[in-house]
Design a protein around this ligand. Structure first.
Ligand SMILES: C[S@@+](CC[C@H](N)C(=O)[O-])C[C@H]1O[C@@H](n2cnc3c(N)ncnc32)[C@H](O)[C@@H]1O
Length: 451
Protein backbone atom coordinates (compact mmCIF):
# COMPACT_ATOMS: atom_id res chain seq x y z
CA UNK A 1 0.00 0.00 0.00
CA UNK A 2 2.73 2.43 1.02
CA UNK A 3 4.53 1.73 -2.23
CA UNK A 4 1.56 2.86 -4.28
CA UNK A 5 0.58 5.83 -2.11
CA UNK A 6 4.08 7.20 -2.27
CA UNK A 7 4.00 7.08 -6.05
CA UNK A 8 0.58 8.71 -6.27
CA UNK A 9 1.76 11.79 -4.47
CA UNK A 10 5.09 11.91 -6.27
CA UNK A 11 4.14 11.44 -9.87
CA UNK A 12 0.66 12.47 -10.75
CA UNK A 13 -1.49 15.28 -9.41
CA UNK A 14 -4.14 12.63 -8.85
CA UNK A 15 -7.72 13.77 -9.30
CA UNK A 16 -6.94 17.50 -9.72
CA UNK A 17 -5.87 17.77 -13.33
CA UNK A 18 -7.37 20.81 -15.02
CA UNK A 19 -5.86 20.14 -18.42
CA UNK A 20 -3.91 17.19 -19.81
CA UNK A 21 -1.36 19.67 -21.19
CA UNK A 22 -0.45 20.71 -17.63
CA UNK A 23 1.19 17.34 -16.95
CA UNK A 24 4.84 16.58 -17.55
CA UNK A 25 4.28 13.24 -19.25
CA UNK A 26 7.96 12.26 -19.06
CA UNK A 27 7.61 11.31 -15.36
CA UNK A 28 11.36 11.29 -15.05
CA UNK A 29 12.62 9.26 -12.08
CA UNK A 30 9.21 7.75 -11.38
CA UNK A 31 9.01 4.19 -10.12
CA UNK A 32 7.52 2.18 -12.97
CA UNK A 33 7.74 -1.18 -11.17
CA UNK A 34 5.32 -0.63 -8.29
CA UNK A 35 2.84 -3.33 -7.31
CA UNK A 36 2.47 -5.99 -10.01
CA UNK A 37 3.91 -3.74 -12.73
CA UNK A 38 7.29 -5.11 -11.64
CA UNK A 39 6.40 -8.79 -11.96
CA UNK A 40 8.13 -9.42 -15.29
CA UNK A 41 10.01 -7.41 -17.88
CA UNK A 42 8.59 -6.80 -21.35
CA UNK A 43 9.98 -4.85 -24.30
CA UNK A 44 8.57 -1.36 -24.93
CA UNK A 45 6.42 -1.51 -21.83
CA UNK A 46 4.23 1.55 -21.36
CA UNK A 47 4.94 3.37 -18.11
CA UNK A 48 2.00 2.95 -15.70
CA UNK A 49 1.92 6.69 -14.99
CA UNK A 50 0.34 7.23 -18.44
CA UNK A 51 -2.84 5.17 -17.98
CA UNK A 52 -3.00 6.15 -14.32
CA UNK A 53 -3.04 9.87 -15.06
CA UNK A 54 -5.52 9.48 -17.92
CA UNK A 55 -7.87 7.41 -15.73
CA UNK A 56 -7.66 10.00 -12.93
CA UNK A 57 -8.36 12.80 -15.37
CA UNK A 58 -11.33 11.20 -17.10
CA UNK A 59 -12.82 10.05 -13.79
CA UNK A 60 -12.56 13.56 -12.40
CA UNK A 61 -14.31 14.89 -15.53
CA UNK A 62 -17.15 12.35 -15.20
CA UNK A 63 -16.20 10.66 -18.49
CA UNK A 64 -15.42 7.41 -16.64
CA UNK A 65 -17.06 5.81 -13.61
CA UNK A 66 -16.32 2.82 -11.38
CA UNK A 67 -17.32 -0.44 -13.07
CA UNK A 68 -16.65 0.89 -16.61
CA UNK A 69 -14.42 -1.01 -19.03
CA UNK A 70 -11.03 -0.20 -20.54
CA UNK A 71 -9.96 -1.95 -23.75
CA UNK A 72 -6.36 -2.35 -24.95
CA UNK A 73 -5.85 -3.85 -28.44
CA UNK A 74 -2.07 -4.26 -27.80
CA UNK A 75 -1.95 -5.50 -24.24
CA UNK A 76 1.72 -6.49 -23.96
CA UNK A 77 2.47 -7.07 -20.30
CA UNK A 78 -0.90 -5.65 -19.23
CA UNK A 79 -0.03 -2.20 -17.89
CA UNK A 80 -3.42 -0.81 -18.93
CA UNK A 81 -5.33 -3.71 -17.37
CA UNK A 82 -3.47 -3.40 -14.04
CA UNK A 83 -4.02 0.36 -13.80
CA UNK A 84 -7.61 -0.09 -14.94
CA UNK A 85 -8.32 -2.42 -12.05
CA UNK A 86 -6.61 -0.06 -9.60
CA UNK A 87 -9.05 2.60 -10.84
CA UNK A 88 -12.15 0.43 -10.45
CA UNK A 89 -12.41 -0.54 -14.14
CA UNK A 90 -12.93 -3.89 -15.84
CA UNK A 91 -10.40 -4.63 -18.55
CA UNK A 92 -10.51 -6.34 -21.91
CA UNK A 93 -7.47 -6.80 -24.12
CA UNK A 94 -5.97 -8.52 -27.16
CA UNK A 95 -2.48 -9.71 -27.96
CA UNK A 96 -0.98 -12.05 -30.55
CA UNK A 97 1.76 -13.07 -28.12
CA UNK A 98 0.67 -15.81 -25.69
CA UNK A 99 3.29 -14.66 -23.17
CA UNK A 100 1.69 -11.19 -23.19
CA UNK A 101 -1.70 -12.76 -22.43
CA UNK A 102 -0.21 -14.76 -19.55
CA UNK A 103 1.44 -11.62 -18.12
CA UNK A 104 -1.73 -9.53 -18.45
CA UNK A 105 -3.77 -12.10 -16.55
CA UNK A 106 -1.09 -12.74 -13.93
CA UNK A 107 -0.49 -9.06 -13.21
CA UNK A 108 -4.04 -7.80 -13.18
CA UNK A 109 -6.08 -10.47 -11.39
CA UNK A 110 -5.58 -10.17 -7.62
CA UNK A 111 -5.07 -13.41 -5.68
CA UNK A 112 -5.99 -14.40 -2.12
CA UNK A 113 -3.01 -13.81 0.15
CA UNK A 114 -3.18 -17.01 2.23
CA UNK A 115 -3.43 -19.34 -0.75
CA UNK A 116 -0.52 -17.64 -2.51
CA UNK A 117 1.59 -18.02 0.60
CA UNK A 118 0.71 -21.70 1.04
CA UNK A 119 1.41 -22.46 -2.62
CA UNK A 120 4.73 -20.59 -2.43
CA UNK A 121 5.80 -22.63 0.61
CA UNK A 122 4.69 -25.88 -0.93
CA UNK A 123 6.61 -25.20 -4.12
CA UNK A 124 9.84 -24.19 -2.39
CA UNK A 125 9.65 -27.02 0.13
CA UNK A 126 12.39 -29.50 -0.80
CA UNK A 127 12.96 -27.87 -4.19
CA UNK A 128 16.63 -27.01 -3.59
CA UNK A 129 17.38 -30.64 -2.70
CA UNK A 130 15.45 -31.92 -5.73
CA UNK A 131 17.40 -29.63 -8.04
CA UNK A 132 20.68 -30.85 -6.52
CA UNK A 133 19.55 -34.39 -7.28
CA UNK A 134 18.68 -33.46 -10.87
CA UNK A 135 22.10 -31.91 -11.21
CA UNK A 136 24.03 -34.86 -9.83
CA UNK A 137 22.00 -37.37 -11.87
CA UNK A 138 22.80 -35.28 -14.92
CA UNK A 139 26.49 -35.31 -14.07
CA UNK A 140 26.47 -39.09 -13.47
CA UNK A 141 24.74 -39.61 -16.78
CA UNK A 142 21.80 -41.33 -15.04
CA UNK A 143 19.23 -38.59 -15.64
CA UNK A 144 16.56 -39.38 -18.15
CA UNK A 145 16.72 -36.19 -20.18
CA UNK A 146 13.51 -34.31 -20.67
CA UNK A 147 12.88 -32.75 -24.02
CA UNK A 148 12.10 -29.10 -23.52
CA UNK A 149 10.99 -27.60 -26.79
CA UNK A 150 13.72 -24.95 -26.63
CA UNK A 151 16.30 -24.96 -29.35
CA UNK A 152 19.56 -26.82 -28.81
CA UNK A 153 22.55 -24.86 -27.67
CA UNK A 154 20.76 -21.98 -25.96
CA UNK A 155 20.99 -23.21 -22.34
CA UNK A 156 23.60 -24.83 -20.16
CA UNK A 157 22.31 -28.41 -20.16
CA UNK A 158 22.08 -29.21 -16.43
CA UNK A 159 20.24 -25.94 -15.79
CA UNK A 160 17.87 -26.69 -18.65
CA UNK A 161 16.89 -29.89 -16.86
CA UNK A 162 16.51 -28.02 -13.57
CA UNK A 163 14.20 -25.47 -15.20
CA UNK A 164 12.12 -28.28 -16.55
CA UNK A 165 11.88 -29.84 -13.09
CA UNK A 166 10.59 -26.54 -11.64
CA UNK A 167 8.09 -26.32 -14.46
CA UNK A 168 6.69 -29.77 -13.68
CA UNK A 169 6.40 -28.88 -10.00
CA UNK A 170 4.45 -25.77 -11.01
CA UNK A 171 2.13 -27.85 -13.19
CA UNK A 172 1.40 -29.97 -10.10
CA UNK A 173 0.76 -26.98 -7.82
CA UNK A 174 -1.48 -25.39 -10.45
CA UNK A 175 -3.58 -28.56 -10.58
CA UNK A 176 -4.08 -28.21 -6.82
CA UNK A 177 -4.48 -24.43 -6.41
CA UNK A 178 -5.91 -23.33 -9.72
CA UNK A 179 -4.93 -21.27 -12.73
CA UNK A 180 -4.55 -17.91 -10.96
CA UNK A 181 -1.83 -19.14 -8.63
CA UNK A 182 -0.35 -21.22 -11.44
CA UNK A 183 0.10 -18.04 -13.50
CA UNK A 184 1.95 -16.21 -10.74
CA UNK A 185 4.36 -19.15 -10.41
CA UNK A 186 4.80 -19.46 -14.18
CA UNK A 187 5.57 -15.76 -14.50
CA UNK A 188 8.22 -16.11 -11.79
CA UNK A 189 9.83 -18.99 -13.68
CA UNK A 190 9.52 -17.20 -17.00
CA UNK A 191 11.37 -14.20 -15.52
CA UNK A 192 14.53 -16.18 -14.87
CA UNK A 193 14.67 -18.11 -18.13
CA UNK A 194 16.65 -15.54 -20.08
CA UNK A 195 19.15 -15.14 -17.23
CA UNK A 196 19.69 -18.89 -17.10
CA UNK A 197 20.08 -19.20 -20.86
CA UNK A 198 23.08 -18.13 -22.93
CA UNK A 199 21.23 -15.06 -24.16
CA UNK A 200 23.13 -11.87 -23.71
CA UNK A 201 21.81 -9.52 -21.06
CA UNK A 202 20.32 -6.23 -22.10
CA UNK A 203 19.22 -7.39 -25.55
CA UNK A 204 15.66 -8.16 -26.46
CA UNK A 205 16.68 -10.07 -29.55
CA UNK A 206 18.16 -13.52 -29.29
CA UNK A 207 21.92 -13.02 -29.28
CA UNK A 208 24.02 -15.64 -27.58
CA UNK A 209 27.07 -15.29 -25.37
CA UNK A 210 30.18 -15.98 -27.43
CA UNK A 211 31.15 -19.66 -27.21
CA UNK A 212 34.29 -19.08 -25.16
CA UNK A 213 32.24 -17.36 -22.43
CA UNK A 214 29.62 -20.10 -22.10
CA UNK A 215 31.66 -22.31 -19.75
CA UNK A 216 31.79 -19.52 -17.16
CA UNK A 217 28.02 -19.19 -17.24
CA UNK A 218 26.84 -21.40 -14.36
CA UNK A 219 23.67 -19.82 -12.94
CA UNK A 220 22.02 -21.16 -9.79
CA UNK A 221 18.45 -21.94 -10.82
CA UNK A 222 17.12 -22.37 -7.30
CA UNK A 223 18.51 -19.08 -5.98
CA UNK A 224 17.29 -17.15 -9.00
CA UNK A 225 13.84 -18.70 -8.87
CA UNK A 226 13.40 -18.36 -5.12
CA UNK A 227 14.30 -14.70 -5.15
CA UNK A 228 12.02 -13.94 -8.13
CA UNK A 229 9.12 -15.87 -6.61
CA UNK A 230 9.47 -14.17 -3.24
CA UNK A 231 9.58 -10.74 -4.88
CA UNK A 232 6.50 -11.53 -6.96
CA UNK A 233 4.56 -12.88 -3.99
CA UNK A 234 5.29 -9.64 -2.09
CA UNK A 235 4.18 -7.56 -5.06
CA UNK A 236 1.01 -9.58 -5.50
CA UNK A 237 0.20 -9.23 -1.79
CA UNK A 238 0.38 -5.45 -2.02
CA UNK A 239 -1.57 -5.34 -5.27
CA UNK A 240 -4.26 -7.65 -3.87
CA UNK A 241 -4.73 -5.41 -0.86
CA UNK A 242 -5.45 -2.45 -3.16
CA UNK A 243 -7.26 -3.95 -6.13
CA UNK A 244 -10.99 -4.59 -6.39
CA UNK A 245 -11.43 -8.38 -6.51
CA UNK A 246 -14.91 -8.21 -8.00
CA UNK A 247 -13.85 -6.69 -11.35
CA UNK A 248 -13.06 -8.73 -14.43
CA UNK A 249 -10.08 -8.99 -16.80
CA UNK A 250 -10.58 -10.69 -20.16
CA UNK A 251 -7.57 -11.19 -22.42
CA UNK A 252 -7.96 -12.60 -25.91
CA UNK A 253 -5.01 -14.40 -27.45
CA UNK A 254 -6.19 -13.01 -30.77
CA UNK A 255 -5.48 -10.46 -33.45
CA UNK A 256 -6.80 -6.98 -32.80
CA UNK A 257 -7.17 -6.37 -36.57
CA UNK A 258 -10.17 -8.71 -36.41
CA UNK A 259 -11.10 -8.04 -32.77
CA UNK A 260 -14.87 -7.89 -33.28
CA UNK A 261 -15.15 -10.78 -35.73
CA UNK A 262 -12.65 -13.50 -34.80
CA UNK A 263 -13.37 -16.62 -32.73
CA UNK A 264 -12.62 -14.79 -29.51
CA UNK A 265 -14.49 -11.60 -30.36
CA UNK A 266 -14.65 -8.41 -28.31
CA UNK A 267 -18.18 -7.03 -28.17
CA UNK A 268 -19.03 -3.87 -30.07
CA UNK A 269 -19.86 -0.78 -27.98
CA UNK A 270 -18.46 -2.45 -24.89
CA UNK A 271 -15.58 -0.17 -23.85
CA UNK A 272 -15.64 3.23 -22.14
CA UNK A 273 -11.99 4.06 -22.81
CA UNK A 274 -9.03 2.73 -24.81
CA UNK A 275 -5.43 3.23 -23.71
CA UNK A 276 -2.86 1.48 -25.82
CA UNK A 277 0.71 1.51 -27.04
CA UNK A 278 0.89 -0.04 -30.51
CA UNK A 279 4.10 -1.64 -31.77
CA UNK A 280 6.47 0.88 -33.41
CA UNK A 281 6.56 -1.05 -36.64
CA UNK A 282 6.56 -4.65 -37.78
CA UNK A 283 8.13 -6.94 -35.18
CA UNK A 284 10.94 -8.08 -37.45
CA UNK A 285 12.52 -4.65 -37.92
CA UNK A 286 11.54 -2.99 -34.65
CA UNK A 287 10.88 -4.93 -31.44
CA UNK A 288 10.82 -8.70 -31.85
CA UNK A 289 8.31 -9.53 -29.10
CA UNK A 290 8.20 -13.17 -30.23
CA UNK A 291 11.96 -13.62 -30.03
CA UNK A 292 11.99 -12.06 -26.58
CA UNK A 293 9.20 -14.31 -25.38
CA UNK A 294 10.06 -17.58 -27.07
CA UNK A 295 12.12 -19.41 -24.44
CA UNK A 296 10.35 -17.94 -21.38
CA UNK A 297 6.97 -18.94 -22.81
CA UNK A 298 8.07 -22.44 -23.79
CA UNK A 299 9.73 -23.15 -20.44
CA UNK A 300 7.07 -21.63 -18.21
CA UNK A 301 3.87 -22.09 -20.13
CA UNK A 302 2.25 -24.55 -22.38
CA UNK A 303 3.31 -23.09 -25.68
CA UNK A 304 5.28 -24.89 -28.35
CA UNK A 305 8.10 -23.64 -30.53
CA UNK A 306 5.88 -23.51 -33.63
CA UNK A 307 3.38 -21.24 -31.93
CA UNK A 308 6.04 -18.93 -30.52
CA UNK A 309 8.04 -18.63 -33.74
CA UNK A 310 4.96 -17.22 -35.48
CA UNK A 311 4.37 -14.36 -33.03
CA UNK A 312 6.55 -11.93 -34.97
CA UNK A 313 4.95 -12.92 -38.28
CA UNK A 314 1.46 -12.42 -36.81
CA UNK A 315 2.21 -8.94 -35.44
CA UNK A 316 1.11 -5.72 -37.11
CA UNK A 317 2.76 -5.32 -40.54
CA UNK A 318 4.08 -8.90 -40.42
CA UNK A 319 4.06 -11.35 -43.35
CA UNK A 320 1.06 -13.35 -42.08
CA UNK A 321 -1.40 -10.52 -42.71
CA UNK A 322 -3.83 -11.24 -45.52
CA UNK A 323 -4.97 -7.63 -45.88
CA UNK A 324 -4.42 -5.92 -49.24
CA UNK A 325 -2.61 -2.55 -49.52
CA UNK A 326 -5.02 0.42 -49.36
CA UNK A 327 -3.89 2.99 -51.93
CA UNK A 328 -6.10 5.71 -50.41
CA UNK A 329 -4.29 5.65 -47.07
CA UNK A 330 -1.84 8.20 -48.42
CA UNK A 331 -4.67 10.56 -49.33
CA UNK A 332 -6.46 10.08 -46.03
CA UNK A 333 -3.22 10.84 -44.17
CA UNK A 334 -1.14 13.52 -45.96
CA UNK A 335 1.70 12.85 -43.51
CA UNK A 336 1.73 9.20 -44.55
CA UNK A 337 1.64 10.28 -48.22
CA UNK A 338 4.71 12.47 -47.70
CA UNK A 339 6.45 9.64 -45.83
CA UNK A 340 5.84 7.19 -48.67
CA UNK A 341 7.13 9.74 -51.21
CA UNK A 342 10.33 10.17 -49.19
CA UNK A 343 10.78 6.41 -48.88
CA UNK A 344 10.20 5.87 -52.61
CA UNK A 345 12.66 8.62 -53.47
CA UNK A 346 15.33 6.89 -51.37
CA UNK A 347 14.49 3.47 -52.77
CA UNK A 348 13.45 2.76 -49.19
CA UNK A 349 10.96 0.42 -47.66
CA UNK A 350 7.67 1.97 -48.81
CA UNK A 351 5.99 -1.43 -48.99
CA UNK A 352 6.86 -2.30 -45.38
CA UNK A 353 5.54 1.08 -44.26
CA UNK A 354 2.31 0.51 -46.20
CA UNK A 355 1.82 -2.95 -44.70
CA UNK A 356 2.27 -1.67 -41.19
CA UNK A 357 0.02 1.38 -41.54
CA UNK A 358 -2.66 -0.64 -43.36
CA UNK A 359 -2.76 -3.10 -40.43
CA UNK A 360 -2.71 -0.32 -37.86
CA UNK A 361 -5.60 1.41 -39.66
CA UNK A 362 -7.59 -1.84 -39.41
CA UNK A 363 -7.14 -1.75 -35.62
CA UNK A 364 -8.31 1.89 -35.50
CA UNK A 365 -11.45 0.77 -37.35
CA UNK A 366 -12.04 -2.05 -34.89
CA UNK A 367 -11.47 0.23 -31.90
CA UNK A 368 -14.10 2.62 -33.28
CA UNK A 369 -16.60 -0.26 -33.14
CA UNK A 370 -15.60 -1.41 -29.64
CA UNK A 371 -15.53 2.03 -27.99
CA UNK A 372 -18.82 3.63 -27.09
CA UNK A 373 -19.42 6.79 -29.18
CA UNK A 374 -17.59 9.93 -28.05
CA UNK A 375 -15.36 8.10 -25.53
CA UNK A 376 -11.56 8.64 -25.30
CA UNK A 377 -8.91 6.57 -27.05
CA UNK A 378 -5.26 7.34 -26.22
CA UNK A 379 -2.57 6.02 -28.61
CA UNK A 380 0.95 6.09 -27.18
CA UNK A 381 3.26 6.13 -30.21
CA UNK A 382 6.94 6.62 -30.96
CA UNK A 383 8.28 7.89 -34.26
CA UNK A 384 10.68 5.43 -35.77
CA UNK A 385 12.92 5.85 -38.80
CA UNK A 386 12.96 3.61 -41.85
CA UNK A 387 15.72 3.92 -44.43
CA UNK A 388 16.69 7.10 -42.53
CA UNK A 389 13.25 8.62 -43.12
CA UNK A 390 11.44 9.75 -39.99
CA UNK A 391 7.96 8.22 -39.78
CA UNK A 392 5.63 10.71 -38.04
CA UNK A 393 3.43 8.05 -36.42
CA UNK A 394 1.65 10.58 -34.20
CA UNK A 395 0.44 12.57 -37.24
CA UNK A 396 -0.46 9.42 -39.16
CA UNK A 397 -2.46 8.21 -36.13
CA UNK A 398 -4.24 11.53 -35.79
CA UNK A 399 -5.07 11.88 -39.49
CA UNK A 400 -6.29 8.31 -39.97
CA UNK A 401 -8.39 8.50 -36.82
CA UNK A 402 -9.91 11.74 -38.09
CA UNK A 403 -10.63 10.09 -41.43
CA UNK A 404 -12.57 7.43 -39.51
CA UNK A 405 -14.61 10.11 -37.72
CA UNK A 406 -12.69 10.27 -34.43
CA UNK A 407 -12.25 13.71 -32.95
CA UNK A 408 -8.67 14.73 -32.13
CA UNK A 409 -8.54 16.02 -28.56
CA UNK A 410 -4.83 16.67 -27.99
CA UNK A 411 -1.36 15.29 -28.67
CA UNK A 412 0.92 15.16 -25.64
CA UNK A 413 4.68 14.79 -26.20
CA UNK A 414 6.89 12.96 -23.74
CA UNK A 415 10.52 12.00 -23.55
CA UNK A 416 11.65 8.47 -22.84
CA UNK A 417 14.02 8.96 -19.93
CA UNK A 418 15.25 5.38 -19.65
CA UNK A 419 16.26 3.19 -22.51
CA UNK A 420 14.04 0.17 -22.11
CA UNK A 421 14.38 -0.68 -25.78
CA UNK A 422 17.24 -1.84 -27.95
CA UNK A 423 17.29 1.64 -29.46
CA UNK A 424 20.89 1.32 -30.39
CA UNK A 425 20.06 -1.23 -33.02
CA UNK A 426 17.07 0.66 -34.35
CA UNK A 427 15.99 1.14 -37.00
CA UNK A 428 17.84 -1.37 -39.10
CA UNK A 429 18.17 -3.88 -36.29
CA UNK A 430 21.64 -4.78 -37.38
CA UNK A 431 23.88 -5.51 -34.46
CA UNK A 432 26.25 -2.62 -33.86
CA UNK A 433 24.49 -0.23 -36.26
CA UNK A 434 23.19 2.85 -34.57
CA UNK A 435 20.14 4.54 -35.97
CA UNK A 436 18.38 7.66 -34.70
CA UNK A 437 17.34 7.11 -31.16
CA UNK A 438 13.61 6.92 -30.58
CA UNK A 439 13.90 9.06 -27.48
CA UNK A 440 10.44 10.52 -27.47
CA UNK A 441 6.86 9.47 -27.77
CA UNK A 442 3.51 11.14 -28.28
CA UNK A 443 0.23 10.37 -26.62
CA UNK A 444 -2.41 11.02 -29.27
CA UNK A 445 -5.74 11.50 -27.48
CA UNK A 446 -8.84 11.09 -29.60
CA UNK A 447 -12.59 10.63 -29.07
CA UNK A 448 -14.33 7.80 -30.88
CA UNK A 449 -16.78 8.60 -33.70
CA UNK A 450 -20.09 9.90 -32.37
CA UNK A 451 -22.21 7.44 -34.42
C1 LIG B 1 4.34 -1.80 -27.43
S1 LIG B 1 3.77 -3.40 -27.01
C2 LIG B 1 2.55 -3.08 -25.80
C3 LIG B 1 3.17 -2.84 -24.45
C4 LIG B 1 2.16 -2.70 -23.33
N1 LIG B 1 1.44 -1.43 -23.39
C5 LIG B 1 2.86 -2.83 -21.98
O1 LIG B 1 2.83 -1.88 -21.21
O2 LIG B 1 3.47 -3.87 -21.74
C6 LIG B 1 2.84 -3.87 -28.42
C7 LIG B 1 2.15 -5.24 -28.32
O3 LIG B 1 1.31 -5.39 -29.47
C8 LIG B 1 1.24 -6.78 -29.76
N2 LIG B 1 0.70 -6.92 -31.13
C9 LIG B 1 1.32 -6.69 -32.30
N3 LIG B 1 0.49 -6.90 -33.33
C10 LIG B 1 -0.72 -7.26 -32.80
C11 LIG B 1 -1.98 -7.58 -33.35
N4 LIG B 1 -2.19 -7.58 -34.66
N5 LIG B 1 -3.00 -7.88 -32.50
C12 LIG B 1 -2.80 -7.88 -31.16
N6 LIG B 1 -1.61 -7.58 -30.58
C13 LIG B 1 -0.59 -7.27 -31.39
C14 LIG B 1 2.66 -7.26 -29.53
O4 LIG B 1 2.70 -8.66 -29.36
C15 LIG B 1 3.06 -6.47 -28.29
O5 LIG B 1 2.81 -7.22 -27.13
Amino acid sequence: MAEYTRQTTLDAPSGKIADLKDIDWTFEGADTQYLTHGLHSYPARMIPQIPRTLFDYYKSKGVLSEGDTVYDPFSGSGTTAVEGRLHGLNAEANDVNPLACLLTFAKSIPLPREEVETARRELLDGLAEELREVRSAYEDGTLELDELAVRDGWFPEPQQQELWHVRRRIDGIEAEYGEGIGRLLRVSLSSIVRKVSYQRNGEYKRYRLPEEKRDEHDPNVFDLFQSELNKNVRKMRKYSARADHSLSTVVHYADSRTATSNDSAVEKDSADIVITSPPYGDHRTTVAYGQFSQDPAIVAGEYGYDEMKDVDKNGLGGPNSDLKPIADLENWSPSFGATLDALREKGGRAEDAMNFVRDYYEVMKEVAKILKPGQPAAWVVANRTMSRVNIPTHLITQELCQHLGYEHEVTLPREIPTKTLPWENAPENIEGTKGDLMANENIVVTRSPSE
